[in-house]
Every structure is written in C-alpha cells, then in structure tokens.
Write a protein that binds this ligand. Structure first.
Ligand SMILES: [Fe+2]
Length: 197
C-alpha cells in the first residue's frame, strides 16, 4: 500500500466534483490536485476535534456521497485542526473542524497560490462576518448553510458551489444539521495574514 493511499480516494473524489463545476475558480484546482496526487502526505494524523467523526452520509446527495464516503474512510488518517481562536471571530471555533488537504502547509504539498481543504460546522452555529485577500470557494458536501457574501444571501445544500471574491465580507450559518464543505483559497498570496473580522 502506498503512503498516499489513504488520501487518494478523497482527492480523486474532490477532482471529480470540481471537474463538473463550470467556474474558473473550480478549474484552477484541477492541475493542483493532479500534481499533488502522487506525493507522500506530510504530518501525522490528528483526531477530528469534536470527537468521533460524524456520520454525514444521509446529509449528502448522489453527487457528493462518493466524496463523503472517501472522507469517512480516511477520517482517522487526516490531520484535522481547529482555527487559531485568537485570530478568528469568537464563539465558533470550538464547534468546528477543518483540514487542509493540499496547500503550502497541507497534508499534500501544493503551490502557494492554492489551498484546498475540508470545513465542518456544527448545527445552529454562526461563523460571523470575516474577509481575506484570497478568492474562496465552498462546495457543500453534506448538510446546508446560509451563506452571506456582501448583499447576497443564499441557502446552499449538497453539491452547491459558491465563490467569495477577494475582500468580500462573508458569513456562514448552519441550521439544525451540521455542514461539511470542501473549501478552496486561491490568489497570489494565500497566507492567512489578510484574514480579518
Ligand atoms: Fe472565508
């Protein structure tokens, strides 16, 4: 078994999802995934920060379930993390979880211009207004979320794709179910230095 085997099904499923999105922001990640696919993972597994990895299958749809199943299969090998509570809006970090699958400090090393990861929010949780220089996409894998980007408010569910342009103020709020999304940052500088709230 190769050292990349635990993550390969996840990024293959991510590639399949993004390849079906008719948006430059999604297409930009395809070569990044392709170049990362053969690399060995960096870092040690870190447990899902909210206890056992949740059962999310029923909260997906036919489009997203292959990736949900791939993530569930790899969940115990993934380097999960929580955002730095000192740098983000208060009150939500303890009920969230994330990982960076590909990026300059991801489990698979990628270019400085792209970060690709997973993001989990518990039910009834508001991730309040924040902004940053990199463009961002969310592709919802399970559950739903109210996504606000400047004056645009939309309810996103499994398979939905949303782009937040550089600098736009945005927030996410879950309802009575958790949400798992794939996220991507892209831009000339994808460091977290520009993150503000
Ligand atoms: Fe964001």
């Amino acid at each position: 078994m190769s050292t990349t085997s635990f993550l390969n099904p996840v990024i293959e499923a991510a590639r399949a999802l993004l390849a079906n999105v008719d948006h430059d922001n999604a297409r930009a990640f395809l070569p990044v995934i392709d170049s990362a696919a053969g690399q060995p993972p960096i870092g040690e597994p870190s447990p899902f920060p909210l206890g056992d990895y949740p059962e999310l299958h029923a909260l997906g749809n036919d489009t997203t379930r292959p990736m949900l199943e791939a993530i569930a299969g790899a969940a115990s090998s993934i380097t999960w993390w929580q955002s730095d509570a000192a740098r983000v809006p208060p009150g939500w970090v303890e009920r969230s979880g994330a990982t960076q699958l590909i990026g300059p400090d991801g489990t698979l090393v990628g270019p400085n211009q792209c970060r690709l990861g997973l993001f989990y929010l518990s039910p009834d949780l508001l991730y309040p207004d924040h902004w940053h220089d990199p463009d961002e996409f969310y592709l919802i894998l399970a559950g739903s979320v109210k996504m606000s980007v400047e004056d645009r408010v939309e309810i996103l569910g499994p398979g939905d794709f949303s782009v937040t342009p550089s600098g736009a103020v945005h927030s996410l709020e879950t309802t009575d179910t958790p949400m798992l999304a794939m996220w991507g940052w892209s831009g000339d500088d994808t460091s977290f230095d520009s993150y503000s709230y």
